[in-house]
Design a protein around this ligand. Sequence first.
Ligand code: C2E
Ligand code: MG
Ligand code: MG
Ligand code: MG
Length: 291
Amino acid sequence: EVKREGKNGYRFYSPDLDEELLFKIEIEADLRKAIERGELEVYYQPQYRMPDRELIGMEALLRWKHPVRGMIPPDRFIPIAEETGLIMEIGRWVLEQACRQTKSWHEEGQPKVPVSVNLSTQQFHQPDLEFEIERILVETGLEPQYLELEITESMMMDATLSIAIMNRLKRLGIRLSLDDFGTGYSSLSYLSMLPISRLKIDRSFVMRLEESGNERAIVTTIIAMAYSLGMDVIAEGIETEGQLEILTGQRCLEFQGYYFSRPVPPGDLFLNAADTSQGMTAEPPTAASTA
Ligand code: C2E
Ligand code: MG
Ligand code: MG
Ligand code: MG
């Protein structure tokens, strides 16, 4: 788009920039109302352990069904929620939903597995976070060992402070995992000091496993490191049988990805639970027999 400016000067406008700014302003206003209006939902993506394809947990993933724009992915609105501070209320809401839902699955007799909830940077640094989580656990009745909080390396700019926060959280009896591992900056010596139960290998490595020997080498190293630090390791974003084979070959046994199931609304997670040979969702399972 070109706009006349002065005598013979033209100024070029970037429609993308304008759109981005408008989007942000609009989203911020709409997000304030989204909770009350019931537009937010928590989906769940199952996690499995091979070779038996045993369900070992699920990750709670936030969804926003915007009345006009349709489904807005969390990568689009969570950064805005972070900037505006709305993430505090939203994050608390997700935690409450996930704990309540998981408790109710346990009461229904579904497999007693933990739920993983993503923490935002602001939540992580919230001074009374452990009290809030304790309150949510008490109110929902979920036993602490069934809650895992996912933290990323990018939240932990101050090592001493981050370790102190994590130790306070651990005292509640919950679990901590390190999400998107390999994309951040943690030094190895630092990693060994963190009270983390599990590393989540980032999808960007898994995606290129079949094409790139470099990626395979990195993943081999991450897996070996996790085990030598006494941590579990789970691979995110598994989409193909080939990726699964490479990873199980490297002794990574926990998986989460479209190959097994997309994130689904809570009502769909245990739809086929009675028929375990068909897996937990409508996605065709093919993995259990191969590893
Ligand atoms: P994440 O925590 O790393 O979550 C994994 C993301 O990978 C999810 O995207 C999931 O749908 C996607 N995924 C899982 N398996 C596959 C696969 O096989 N292929 C592909 N292409 N993608 C796969 P989603 O749900 O869009 O969430 C994106 C990010 O938004 C999350 O990354 C997390 O950082 C953030 N997020 C989601 N929910 C929350 C929340 O409640 N609170 C906070 N603070 N952040 C959240
Ligand atoms: Mg996560
Ligand atoms: Mg991740
Ligand atoms: Mg992420």
